[in-house]
Ligand binder design. Sequence first.
Ligand SMILES: [Zn+2]
Length: 58
Amino acid sequence: MTPLTFRCPKTGKAIDSGIEIDEDSIPTVLTTAVTVACPHCGERHDIPVSEAVADKAA
Ligand SMILES: [Zn+2]
């Protein structure tokens, strides 16, 4: 299982989404946007899973 870590577009800080997905499932959910409650700026961000995966690989 791979934890999805997003990045806050306002602060640039990492957001632990608390979501883990099976690596085999990643291609099927890449275009799905996940709404995460951001602990850094207090807003909610709709971020596609593809950005979380890209951030992890970077
Ligand atoms: Zn934020």
